[in-house]
Design a protein around this ligand. Structure first.
Ligand code: ZN
Length: 295
């Protein structure tokens, strides 16, 4: 009988690991990252909440672990609840609190759905799942730095996918930990996404740091830093109204547009480039009123 591998890790740079769930089908890729320094280790995102990530981190490091979330979507905060605090950009705190209503049963059900066939019936509703709960959130802003002792990791604000999305740069290893900020399926179609024109400003801000990293290790994909150039080129076309305006079904089943045309029955770009972004026509331009309205 195969045993369930909740976590797999791979050392991507000295004392820096990519972690994923071992039992899920290859099409469901969720990554988080652990970077160990002299004084403490930084866990960047926590995936879906399947297995005890706190226990797993102890197999990789004996340093204390701090958590930072690149943004507050469930597939990046699910494992937070095995810990007692996290760092997050304040503009994503509301989104975080909205996510904190998942029960152990719901988290387990999704695990079962996404598991490889051979593991589906082996999964049980046990201590590998935990109810989500409110937790202590410490704010981080652009320019802040996690000083791990012998490594410094800087926070860059790249709002778009969510208002509080951040990218974390480790200059020593030339890695940017990028969450969902810029990839081949950057979702800006969501009700909590920022306007495309604001995202463009974030990309230009990220571009300033591009000389300092080679790779972007994201929540679902690993890309090299030139993806930022493709992003700027593609997003500029959306703002100019000259993009491919490719109609597709969005996350919630409603029609959305992709900036670049995709191949039939696939998600790759027709022109062979990698960056792509979903959006809705009502959320391209900056609003005159950018206040947060609490309803
Ligand atoms: Zn996300």
């Amino acid at each position: 009988m195969p045993s369930i591998t909740f976590f797999k890790s791979e050392e991507i740079a000295p004392k820096s690991w990519k972690i994923c769930n071992g039992f899920v089908a290859e099409t469901n890729t969720f990554y988080c990252y652990l970077v160990e320094g002299q004084d403490y280790a930084l866990l960047i995102d926590t995936m879906m909440g399947w297995g005890n990530l706190n226990d797993f981190c102890k197999t990789l490091t004996d340093k204390p672990v701090k958590i930072v979330n690149t943004h507050a979507h469930w597939d990046h905060i699910g494992g937070n609840f095995n810990f007692d605090s996290c760092y997050l950009h304040p503009r994503d705190i509301a989104l975080f609190n909205d996510s904190v209503n998942y029960t152990k049963q719901q988290i387990f059900d999704v695990a079962k759905q996404m598991a490889k066939d051979e593991f589906k019936n082996l999964l049980e509703l046990d201590d590998n799942y935990t109810d989500s709960k409110p937790m202590k959130i410490f704010p981080v802003y652009g320019g802040d730095e996690f000083d791990l002792g012998d490594k410094k990791i800087e926070v860059i604000e790249v709002g778009g996918h969510t208002a509080g999305s951040i990218v974390l740069i480790d200059r020593k290893t030339r890695i940017a930990y990028s969450g969902d900020a810029c990839n081949s399926n950057t979702l800006l179609e969501l009700p909590t996404s920022l306007p495309v024109a604001v995202y463009m400003k974030s990309l230009l801000h990220l571009k300033e740091f591009q000389p300092e990293f080679d790779m972007m290790y994201g929540g679902h994909e690993i890309l090299d830093a030139t993806i930022i150039d493709e992003a700027i080129e593609t997003v500029a076309k959306v703002i100019a109204g000259t993009d491919d305006h490719y109609e597709a079904k969005g996350m919630f089943g409603t029609p959305v547009f992709y900036a670049a045309a995709r191949v039939k029955n696939g998600s790759e770009r027709v022109d062979g480039k990698r960056f792509n972004m979903s959006y809705v026509s009502e959320n391209i331009f900056e609003k005159n009123d950018t206040r947060q309205i609490i309803r």
